[in-house]
Design a protein around this ligand. Structure first.
Ligand code: HGY
Ligand code: MN
Ligand code: MN
Length: 393
């Protein structure tokens, strides 16, 4: 059976983004749907029974579905121009772990499944971990249905086009999940050995700032007559960098002016802020500081500003018992924190959850340079198999 590296190679052309580099595979878009098909075929080849639940989560069962299952998996979607490993490495490693366990003659003594969650990156509809948040009841189905992608398609329309009933989006029965273990490429430089386990995830959220001014002609409008929303938008970007102190992170990766003409003073500008810190008070203090600067800059320019919190999640501390149990089973691998959010982090508030990390020598993620050595990928598969055998044996 294929290795993790071989399985990644099978999907290397799916959703390749020629303009940005890397991959653009977003919730229920053609590339992600193609990856769902591919996963279903790979799971079926291994004799796993695949179902899609009401939130678009794929469940590939090894044996009969049941309560208190050992579940592993991750996501297949990416950020725009993302790397090849963030998400898919966890999925292909789960398939590879099943191969290894089968080769050892192992049969799970508990229900066992691979799960693939929808729209983990929020790259299309703006809310990260959309599928796992719906399943855990931490995202209102009505709010989810109304989410729209940049082209104006609603989540309701997108899931309907994928064969799901949008009216059914909502909480899932998580009693089927006894423990969830997600393998993921590490997204920093914290891991100096092939495999580690996760200790925590930074608190993090996303806020949308809409600056409104007066659209006008770039040449015919004297500066003193302008109400240019791009000016306070720029002030927000610089305020984010100033506010990101003491380990906090604040990022503006997406600015959308309307109408977006080179010789046009924008009438409005949408700016998305991603802010993260060790806990909620510090995260909110960073956002408050940035918001105050944005409001002052908008007032100076005669512009309005509206601020919307689009998603938020508190710090995740993974179950220390499970963390240490798996670290020991894996021979004493290190535990490390991460600044990246994950479905395992959303599930951790509802079921015992853990993460395995695979070393990323570049320390870069959410970009084409994201990387993991083939040997480390196979070490990750072996580690995941060992962890799953321990939990399902
Ligand atoms: O944004 C994150 O941390 C994750 O990759 N969704
Ligand atoms: Mn990611
Ligand atoms: Mn991820």
């Amino acid at each position: 059976m294929s290795s993790a590296t071989g399985l990644l190679a099978d999907i290397a052309s799916v959703g390749a983004d020629r303009r940005r580099g890397g991959y653009s595979r977003h919730g229920f878009d053609p590339a992600e749907l193609e990856l769902r098909e591919w996963f279903g075929a790979e799971a079926a080849r291994r004799g796993l029974d695949v179902t899609t639940d009401h939130n678009g989560t794929l469940w590939a069962w090894w044996g009969s579905p049941g309560r208190d299952a050992v579940v592993t998996g991750s996501h297949l979607d990416s950020v725009p121009g993302g790397g090849a490993f963030d998400g898919p490495l966890g999925v292909v490693s789960a398939l590879g772990a099943v191969d290894l366990l089968r080769d050892r003659g192992f049969t799970p003594r508990r229900p066992f499944a691979i799960a693939v969650f929808a729209e983990e990156e929020g790259g299309r509809f703006g809310v990260p971990c959309l599928g796992s948040r719906l399943s855990t009841g931490s995202l209102s189905p009505d709010a989810a249905r109304a989410l729209r992608d940049p082209g104006g398609t609603s989540l309701a329309e997108a899931v309907a086009a994928a064969g799901l009933d949008p009216a059914r989006l909502g909480p899932a029965d998580l009693s089927s999940v006894g423990v969830f273990v997600e393998l993921h490429v590490e997204q920093g430089r914290g891991l100096t050995v092939p495999v580690g386990v996760a200790s925590s995830i930074l608190a993090h959220g996303r806020w949308r700032f809409t600056f409104t001014g007066e659209g006008n002609h770039a040449g015919a409008t004297p500066v003193e007559d302008r109400r240019d929303p791009m000016v306070p938008a720029s002030a927000l970007v610089l305020a984010a960098r100033r506010a990101a102190r003491d380990g906090a992170r604040a990022t503006v990766g997406r600015i959308v002016p309307t109408p977006g003409g080179t010789n046009v003073i924008a009438s409005s500008v949408d700016v998305w802020l991603d802010a993260r810190a060790a806990d909620t008070p510090r995260t909110r203090a960073v956002v408050d500081e940035i918001t105050a600067a944005a409001r002052a800059a908008a007032a100076d320019e005669g512009c309005e500003v509206a601020v919307t919190e689009e998603s938020y999640g508190d710090t995740v501390h993974f179950d220390p018992g499970l963390r240490d149990e798996l670290a020991a089973v894996l021979g004493g691998v290190p535990a490390l924190p991460t600044g990246a959010g994950h479905d395992a982090g959303v599930l951790a508030a509802h079921v015992p959850a853990a993460m395995l990390f695979v070393r990323n020598p570049t320390g870069i993620s959410h970009a084409p340079a994201e990387f993991a050595e083939p040997d480390d990928c196979e070490a990750g598969v072996a580690a995941l198999a060992t962890a799953l055998e321990h939990l399902a044996g």
